[in-house]
Design a protein around this ligand. Structure first.
Ligand SMILES: C[S@@+](CC[C@H](N)C(=O)[O-])C[C@H]1O[C@@H](n2cnc3c(N)ncnc32)[C@H](O)[C@@H]1O
Length: 287
């Protein structure tokens, strides 16, 4: 039997256990709940799938903020990083809005992703980029570049995105946060767009894609001036998160007559029991 450790006994778990513990084995009840605006998202053990409506209805009572409850049905994958979710209770109107660190985010969690666990990185981004030329190669709804725009005031942020839904919310978020004067959203494939936009003049590139970032290292480097910074997100084995990606980056940089100097490696969050999500800060110098 799976042991429930202290770490797993969240307030949400306690709430569900109190409400449903006599109907559903407590050890199978969900522990994690993410709340984005009025939408709550949870993960269900397949063994209690038959109780999904009951758990959803009960979750509506957990907070007065919650009006829709979604269940994640699979991991976020695919070129558009579209979430796999199912409405299990409440309103089917899942388009919502919330504020984090004075940044307004509009989104529909049925259509686009938002990683609550990347909060510390969004906060860090809000302190970087003042007066800079920034390229956000995988902008999504503006997760990482909106905090930068609102707080640090770069000269310009070129934000590239190819998922039509994410691009729609990116545009809406740029307007809502009153940063249209310093944002240039571009719809399309970053592989073609980023080098044309950056033209070796960028001060900073954000590469917020995990699983496949290595396919875009060359384009990231092409964006940057000598001395420019890259923030590369990826996942990697816990015992040795970044070695493979770094060695790939060094090789590609050399072929472009550049030198990739590692400034820092940060863990963002646990991705799964064996992998971490990390971010590398790299300075691209000339050789
Ligand atoms: C992981 S999501 C954004 C995550 C966000 N930056 C964060 O860290 O929370 C990555 C985004 O990149 C977009 N994307 C992936 N490949 C792309 C490409 N070749 N061109 C443009 N956008 C791309 C996806 O549609 C998705 O919205």
């Amino acid at each position: 039997m799976k042991k429930i450790t202290y770490r797993h006994r969240t307030p949400f778990y306690h709430f569900l256990k109190t409400q449903l513990g006599d109907q559903i084995p407590p050890r199978l009840l969900p522990r994690r709940l993410r709340i984005l605006g009025h939408v709550a998202i949870l993960w269900l053990n397949p063994q209690i799938e038959q109780y999904k409506e009951l758990i959803g209805e009960t979750t509506l009572g957990y907070s007065t903020k919650i009006r829709s409850v979604l269940r994640r049905t699979a991991a976020i994958t695919g070129p558009y990083r579209k979430p796999a979710v199912e409405l299990i209770a409440g309103s089917p109107e899942t388009e919502t809005v919330f504020r984090e660190n004075k940044v307004i985010f509009h989104l529909d969690p049925v259509k686009v992703m938002f990683s609550v666990g990347n909060k510390a990185e969004r906060l860090r981004m809000s302190k970087l980029g003042t007066d800079e030329f920034v390229v956000d190669m995988f902008a999504g709804i503006g997760h990482l570049s909106l905090p930068m725009a609102v707080h640090a005031k770069p000269k310009v942020i070129h934000a590239i995105e190819w998922n039509p839904d994410a691009f729609h919310f990116l545009q809406q978020n740029i307007q809502s946060n009153n940063v249209s004067h310093l944002f240039q959203p571009h719809f399309g494939d970053t592989r073609q767009l980023a080098p044309r936009i950056g033209k070796g003049q960028g001060d900073r590139v954000i590469m917020g894609l995990i699983q496949g970032t290595d396919q875009y290292l060359e384009q990231g480097i092409q964006c940057l001036r000598p001395g420019g910074m890259m923030h590369i997100h990826e996942i990697g084995p816990k015992e040795d998160m970044a070695t493979q990606l770094l060695s790939q980056l060094h090789k590609i940089a050399l072929t472009m007559n550049r030198q990739a100097d590692l400034v820092s490696t940060r863990m963002i969050k646990t991705y799964n029991p064996r992998y971490n999500h990390f971010v590398l800060d790299i300075q691209l110098n000339s050789r």
